[in-house]
Design a protein around this ligand. Sequence first.
Ligand code: AMP
Length: 597
Amino acid sequence: MADQQDLMELAKRRGFFFGSNGAYGGTAGFYTFGPEGASLKHNVEAAWRDQFTLRLGNDEIEAPTIMPEAVFEASGHLDGFDDMLVECAECGASHRADHLIEDAVDDIEDAEAVGIERVGELIEKHDLACPACGASLAGEPVEDFNLMFETSIGPGSGQPGYMRPETAQGIFVEFPRLKEYARGQLPFGVTQIGTAYRNEISPRRGIIRVREFTQAELEQFIDPEEDEPPLAEVDDVEVTLYPATEQNAEDGAYIETTIGEAVEEGIIGSPWVAYFLGIAQGWYERVGVDMDRFRFRQHLSGERAHYAADCWDAESEIGGNWIEIAGFAYRGDYDLTKHGEHSEDRFTVFKRYDEPITVEKAVVDPDMSALGPEFGGAAAGIAEALQELAERNPDAFDEEEVTVEANGEEYTVDTEIANFAIEEQTESGEHITPHVVEPSFGVGRTVYTLLEHGYSEDEVDGETRSYLSLAPEIAPTNVAVFPLVSNDDALVEVATDVSRTLRQAGISVFYDDSGSIGRRYRRQDEVGTPFCVTVDQDGLEGDSENTVTLRERDSAAQIRIPVADLEAELEAIFSGEQTFGALRGRHGDVETDVTTA
Ligand code: AMP
C-alpha cells in the first residue's frame, strides 16, 4: 500500500497535483492538476463519458456554475446543505464536529448520522481537544454551517447567486427544455461533467476533500410506475455490498453477491440503483480501481441527503480508510416537484394512455351576470373557488347554498348560480412528475484512488523502483520514446520519426532524450506510462533487423520488435485486441537490457 506522504510527494514532484496559489501562501482546499494529473483526469472523464453518456445512450449538457438564489431555495440547499461546525474558543480554528468524533471514537464511523445534538454531547463526553492548539472543545456550541459559496450577480447586492454545490441542479432546472429534446419520452438520462463548489469546513487529505472539484453526474428520469432498468445486463456482476443492516449489526459483515441476487433478496431496494451499481462496478474495474479495495455501502438513515430516499456509496480504501468516491441516490420526484412549485414552468411530462379514457368530472359554469353585481371585484375569485370546490367535494352542491373562500374572505353563493354539473370528458393521458435516479461521481477522488491503488514498488536490476500501474486507457501518456543516447543524430532522427508516426495514429507520446536510459525509465514508471520504446543502433535503417526495444512498465520486461510493426502492435494492445504478454510470447525477452548495455 502506498504511504500517503510518499504519494503526495510523488504527486507534486511528478506534476499530478499540488496545492494552489503557493506563491501567495496557498489556499486550503484548492488544488491544481499539473501536466500529468490534468491528462489523467481528462482520461478518467473521457472513460466516464464513454460509459455513462455514450454506451448508456444519454445526452450530455454543460450548464453554468453560478445559479440564482431561487434555485437553491427550491432545491433545499439554502436550508439543508450544512455540515457540523465547532470552533475553538482558544485559537479560532474551525473543525468538522462529526469528523472529530469519527477520529476519536472507535465504534462511530459516520457521526453525521447520529445528529448534531448528540455530536455536541459526544465532544463533551470524550473531552475532545482542538487538533490545532490542544485546547478543550467541550461545551463549545456545534452549529450548522451552510456549505455554499455565495456571490452576487451583477453590480450591487440585489441578486444573490451561489456557486453550484452539485452539477445536478443545472440539469434539473432545465428539465422543461430537456424533456422536449427527449421528445417527452421517459425514461431518459442527462449527464454533466463539471465543477462543483463546497465551502468545506476543514478540507483535508489532498484532493479528497476540497472546496472546488469536478463531478460527473447522470440524472436518469423515469416513470416510477412503468420504467424498469435493463437489469439483465448486470445480473451476474459480482459486488461487495455493505448494507445498513450489516453496519448496524454487532458482527456486521460484507455481503459478496451479484446484482441480480441483491435485487431479488431486497438488499438493494431500487432496481434502478442496483442497475447503476452494476454498471459502475464494471467501469471502476475498467479504469483500474483495485476491486479488492472497493465496496458499495448503503447510507444509514440519518446520513441521507435531504432529497434521497435510498442511497448507496461507492467507496474505495485509501491509506486504511474508506472514502466515498461516488453516490447513487434514488431522489424520487423531490427535485422536479420543488422546481415545479417554486418556478413558473412545468416539471412534468405528459404520459399518454394506451387508449383514451372517459372520466366523469364535476364542473361549474357560474352565471357571471348574477355573480358580478352581487360580489363585485371578488366575483372572478369566487368563480375559481367554486370550480375547486366542485372537484374536491361535489356533494356540497346538493345544498341550496355553498360557501367558498376567495382572497381570504368567505362568500355564500346560491347553488343555482354556480350551474354545477357532472360531465363526461375524454382524457388521452396525464401529467406526471418523473422520478430521478442519480449516480454522482467525484472525478478527483477517482483520480486519487487510481494513483493510490496503482502505486507499487519492486526491485528491478537490484534497485528499488516505484511505479504507477495505471490502465493504458487512463495513463497520462501512452508511450515514451527515447533515443538510446542524445548525441547520436541518426538515433535521434529515428526516435523522432517513431514519435511522429505514433502520434499520427492517435497515441500520446512523450519524447525524452535527457539523462541515462535507466533514469528515463524510472521517470516514466513513476507517471504510469505503460510502454517505453528505445531506439538504439539496431533501429537504424540498413541494419539487418531494424528493431527497437519495447519495454512494459509493470513487468519491466523488454522485447525487440521491428520498427515497422510498432504502430500496429501498440494499437492492438491499446484497443484490447492483444496483450503485451502475448506479444512477449511471440518475440521473447531481450537478452541484454539496453539500460546496462
Ligand atoms: P455528494 O453529492 O456529496 O454525494 O457528492 C458526490 C460525489 O462528489 C462524492 O461521491 C465525491 O466523490 C465527490 N465530492 C463530494 N464532496 C467533495 C469534496 N469536498 N471534495 C472532493 N470531492 C467531493
